[in-house]
Write a protein that binds this ligand. Structure first.
Ligand code: AMP
Length: 378
C-alpha cells in the first residue's frame, strides 16, 4: 500500500511495517493492519453512501515482529469499522459487538480496558504542548514506561504537581466510578459510552486511562480486550475512534473501529476448552448400482440445495466400503440409492450412529433427512 505509507507520517505506524524497495526504488509495505486500507476504500468508493457505514473485513496482516506464541509476522485480523457517527452510541455498538462475539465463542473471562486519549491530551493542550510532543508522551504511556513519561514532562518544565496529576491519570484504573470528579467532554463521553454498554449487558469492562493505543490517529475513546487464558500475549482485540480520512486527502469524517486478532481468538478458545469441533457432514449419498450414479448425484444436489451438508461417493466404492468412508467423515446419515428402491421412487436413509434404516420417498428425501438430523443450535 504505497500511498498509505507515503502519506502516513505516523512513526509508530512505520515501525510496524515490513518494508522493502522495488527495483525503481519505491518503498512498499505489506499491510500491517486494516483500518487504513478500509478508510482509503471508503474515500475512493463509498463516501456517497448514507451514513453511518458499517464495514467489516477479515484478512491477513504482516508485521516485523519477534515471533513467539501468539505473536506472528503474518496473522489474521477481523476488523470492524463504523464511519460517519460521532455519537457515543457508535463506540458503545462496538463494545456490544465485541462482548457478544466473545460470549458466543465461550470466552467468558475477557476483560475490556477502556480509556479516552482526549482526557490526557486536554491536560497536555492546557500546558501548551504541541501534538507531536503529546504523541511522544503517549507513546511512552502506551509502552507502560511511566518513569520515562514523568521524566519527559519534567524535561519540559512541567511542575511536579502537574506531572503527578497527569501520570496519576495515566495510571487510573477501576470501575466507572474511577472517573468521578474528572471534568471535561472526553470524560463525559467515556462515562456515557460505559453507561450505554453496561445498560445493554456488556460485562468485564474496566476504566484504564493508561490505554492510549500506539498510533497517532486515535482521537477519542480507545479500548483493548484481554483473554486471560493467553498469558503474555493476551490482547485479543484493540480499537477506538480515530481521524484518518484527512491523511488521505479526504474530508474529516468521524469513525471508530476495532480489530480482533483471529489467531489469538482461536488460541484462547482452545485454552478455554472451546476449540471449534472438526466439522462432520450431515449426509453421504451412495449407490451400489452402476446405473444409478446420476440419480445419486441428483439426490445429493437436492439435499445440498436445501442446506444439508452433503457429499456423495466419488470413488465408485462398494456399499460396505462407502459406508465405512461415510463413517470416517463423521456423516450423521447415509442416503443409499438402491436398485429396488429407485424403481419405486424411494431411497434408504441410514442413521450412522444407530444403524437404523428407513425407506422414504426420493422426492421427500430433504424433509425426511432433516427430521433425522440434530436440530440446529440457536
Ligand atoms: P492492533 O492492530 O495492533 O490493534 O491489533 C489488533 C489485534 O490483532 C491485537 O489485539 C491482536 O489480537 C492481534 N495482533 C496484533 N499483532 C499481532 C501479531 N503479530 N500476531 C498475532 N496477532 C496479532
Amino acid at each position: 500500500m504505497p500511498n498509505c505509507l507515503q502519506q502516513n507520517q505516523d512513526r509508530a505506524y512505520w515501525r510496524k511495517c515490513t518494508l522493502s524497495r522495488t527495483r525503481g526504488g519505491r518503498q512498499l509495505s505489506l499491510r500491517p493492519e486494516l483500518t487504513a486500507p478500509i478508510i482509503r476504500f471508503y474515500l475512493s468508493d463509498l463516501s456517497n453512501y448514507p451514513m453511518p457505514l458499517k464495514l467489516f473485513c477479515i484478512s491477513n496482516c504482516f508485521r516485523y515482529e519477534e515471533p513467539q506464541s501468539g505473536r506472528y509476522r503474518e496473522f489474521y485480523q477481523y476488523d470492524v469499522e463504523i464511519i460517519g457517527s460521532e455519537a457515543p452510541e457508535s463506540d458503545a455498538e462496538l463494545l456490544l459487538l465485541a462482548g457478544d462475539l466473545c460470549r458466543r465463542l465461550g470466552l467468558t473471562e475477557v476483560r475490556f480496558r477502556i480509556g479516552h486519549v482526549g482526557i490526557v491530551r486536554s491536560l497536555l493542550d492546557a500546558l501548551g504542548m504541541g501534538k507531536a510532543e503529546q504523541s511522544q508522551f503517549l507513546h511512552l504511556v502506551d509502552k507502560k514506561k511511566m518513569e520515562e513519561a514523568a521524566r519527559f514532562l519534567g524535561e519540559r518544565k512541567v511542575t511536579a504537581e502537574k506531572s503527578a496529576e497527569i501520570i496519576g491519570l495515566c495510571r487510573l484504573k477501576g470501575d466507572s466510578s474511577a472517573l468521578d470528579g474528572i471534568k471535561g467532554t472526553a470524560a463525559d463521553y467515556l462515562r456515557e459510552v460505559l453507561a450505554i454498554a453496561e445498560g445493554a449487558g456488556t460485562v468485564g469492562m474496566q476504566v484504564d486511562l493508561g490505554v492510549v493505543r500506539g498510533l497517532d490517529y486515535y482521537t477519542g475513546l480507545v479500548f483493548e480486550i484481554d483473554a486471560p487464558e493467553l498469558g503474555a500475549e493476551k490482547q485479543v482485540c484493540g480499537g477506538g475512534s480515530y481521524a484518518l480520512s484527512q491523511l488521505f486527502g479526504g474530508r474529516p469524517v468521524p469513525s471508530t473501529g476495532m480489530a480482533f486478532g483471529f489467531d489469538r481468538l482461536l488460541l484462547a478458545m482452545e485454552r478455554a476448552g472451546n476449540a471449534p469441533a472438526e466439522e462432520g457432514i450431515d449426509a453421504f449419498v451412495l449407490t451400489p448400482s452402476a446405473t444409478l450414479r446420476q440419480e445419486m448425484v441428483r439426490i445429493a444436489g437436492k439435499l445440498r440445495s436445501s442446506g444439508i451438508r452433503t457429499e456423495f461417493d466419488l470413488m465408485r466404492r462398494n456399499m460396505s466400503k462407502s459406508l465405512k468412508y461415510a463413517s470416517s467423515r463423521g456423516a450423521t446419515l447415509a442416503v443409499i440409492v438402491g436398485d429396488k428402491e429407485a424403481a419405486n421412487g424411494l431411497v434408504t436413509i441410514r442413521d450412522m450412529q444407530s444403524g437404523e434404516q428407513f425407506t422414504v420417498s426420493a422426492e421427500r428425501v430433504c424433509e425426511e433427512a432433516r427430521e433425522r438430523l440434530p436440530k440446529p443450535k440457536v
